[in-house]
Write a protein that binds this ligand. Structure first.
Ligand code: BG6
Length: 513
């Protein structure tokens, strides 16, 4: 047990057991952009185990020294002492990951490093490779018994995408379970690693004021937006075979829905929480073909001028089919058929090349039953809203009516807000930092369980099938830099979408995009 100075003093961090983290696909972008910086941050926070090493693995022929050199690209340029200490933990092993004959080499290297550094036989294997290797690597690890946890822990982290449809997700689950048990498998959804996403649970279940009204009696509708101002940024090839439904909705947005809608878990523990999330997914009302056309809007960005700049349309992006019908925007309305959420519409919306980057959950409460202070002119002003801002300007905002000082009873909506960046001296861990640390500690709470991943696929699969099979279902163009197709405006019944700004507490006067 260590006390971490960057966390509030009363929180005692459990220290992970010494181990080696093996990263497959170590020459790829994710490793140098996200994983290595996250590990360095853990080093800085003093949260790495007493003995810890990273073994990067991929086909590229590199020495330990070359690998260390490459990994510095996204590390801070100061703090030399810390960085040097950290770099000494990094090793590299060139390997034909798809070939089983190379795995005895991996095994030998692992045991040599373990001996040198006095690390017990605890290994985490991180799959950050093209997904076609997700079947082969676990099988090859098993061929040299690196899946067996009798002499130390063996864990497997699997990056997204977890399948490209329901059938492939099921097959992948089955295959992984041939070699590793569910308790050993950690499926990453980096949204669950975001501090503000975890705070959804704390907001709901540590405050007496919210939970009693968190249901169909008091909530009018729930809105979740995850907007990005960037486009496909050189990932056109991947994205064109994926689209927003697979890339964002099936995983990140569904996980947010799960946390907003779940019942209180009995305890804060991986299976207790994941059982409740699964139940939410099981309660999603399936969309029939007719609902689907009406309630699921897809769009694709088209060329437009943003300020002085002419911005490319999606079909002009590199790697994208010039006649592509892949959606870069999805807005949908759906219901959760259970006791708590009966007849409360949920609206979710995500897209690329929207005006700003923002992810937030908005709980729109019902109006007062009787309007004492005059007619209701502006629907937005009379619904109380609780905005849970996931990023940026992470925080919480409550909008409520206040009397305008002076004569009469004029009501104006005002904000009560909390911003994470008001907390002085508190380190806000990046998603990968938190997730890596949790896996090191054997805590799978913030990782997706296989059955929930399949259930989320089961829900979105009919939508994907209908889009593939029915060319009459429209895909609407929207000019890059706008809030998506006009038709999505009419989806929200009796209210409007919120049009968020980068800063949380916008009220139309100051909007930073
Ligand atoms: C990834 C998607 O999973 O999430 C990307 O593949 C998307 O297309 C990204 O841009 C969004 O993540 P964040 O953390 O920037 O909201």
């Amino acid at each position: 047990m260590v006390l971490n100075l960057f966390y509030p003093e009363n929180i005692i961090m459990k220290q992970a057991e010494s181990h080696i983290l093996v990263i497959f696909g170590a020459s790829g972008d994710l490793t140098k952009r996200k994983l290595i910086p996250a590990l360095l941050e853990l080093e800085k926070q003093n949260l790495l185990p007493e003995e810890f090493a990273v073994l990067g693995v991929s086909r590229t022929n590199l020495s330990d020294e070359d690998f260390r050199q490459r990994m510095t690209e996204f590390l801070p340029k100061d703090e030399n002492e810390l960085i040097n200490k950290f770099l000494e933990r990094l090793y590299y092993q060139p390997l034909s990951t798809a070939e089983s004959y190379d795995y005895p080499v991996l095994r030998d290297r692992l045991f040599t490093i373990a001996k040198e550094r006095n690390i017990p036989e605890n290994f985490i294997f991180y799959l950050s490779t093209p997904p076609k290797l997700y079947d082969i690597i676990p099988q090859n690890l098993a061929s040299v018994e690196l899946n067996r946890s009798e002499d130390g822990f063996r864990r497997l982290i699997v990056e997204k995408p977890f399948g490209t449809d329901l059938a492939s997700a099921r097959e992948l689950n089955l295959n992984l379970l041939n070699y590793f048990s569910e308790e050993q498998i950690y499926r990453i959804d980096h949204y669950l690693g975001k501090e503000s996403v975890q705070n959804l649970l704390v907001t709901r279940f540590s405050n007496g004021i919210f939970e009693p009204i968190w249901n169909h009696n008091f909530i009018h509708h729930v809105e979740i937006t995850s907007a990005e101002s960037l486009g496909v940024e050189g990932r056109g090839g991947y994205y064109d075979s994926s689209g927003a439904m697979r890339d964002m909705v099936q995983n990140h947005l569904m996980q947010l829905v799960g946390l907003v809608a779940m019942e209180p878990p009995v305890i804060v523990e991986a299976d207790a929480i994941r059982n409740e999330v699964l139940k939410v997914f099981q309660s999603l009302r399936p969309l029939n073909e007719e609902d689907l056309e009406k309630n699921v809007i897809r769009g694709q960005y088209i060329e437009s001028h943003i300020g002085e700049n002419l911005v490319k349309g999606y079909r002009q992006e590199e790697g994208v089919n010039p006649e592509s019908r892949t959606e870069t925007y999805v807005a949908m309305k759906f219901f959760i058929d259970n006791w708590r959420w009966a007849s409360v519409p949920f609206y979710i919306r995500t897209g690329k090349k929207l005006p700003t980057r923002v992810t937030e959950v908005v709980i729109h409460f019902k109006r007062t039953p009787h309007h004492l202070f005059g007619p209701v002119h502006d629907a937005q002003q009379t619904h109380n809203q609780l905005v849970i801002r996931i990023q940026p300007d992470e925080g919480i905002l409550l909008k409520f009516g206040m009397k305008v000082p002076g004569a009469g009873f004029n009501v104006q909506t005002v904000n009560m807000d909390f911003h994470y960046n008001d907390l002085a001296n508190v380190h806000l861990p990046a998603a990968y930092e938190r997730l890596l640390l949790d896996c090191m500690q054997g805590d799978a709470t913030l990782y997706s369980r296989g059955d929930a991943v399949e259930q989320a696929w089961k829900y979105v699969q009919p939508i994907i099938d209908a889009w593939n099979n029915n060319p009459n279902i429209p895909i609407y163009g929207y000019p890059a830099g706008t809030w998506g197709p006009d038709v999505a405006e009419n989806l929200v019944e009796g209210a409007e979408w919120r049009y968020p700004c980068k800063n949380l507490s916008n009220d139309g006067t100051y909007c930073e995009l």
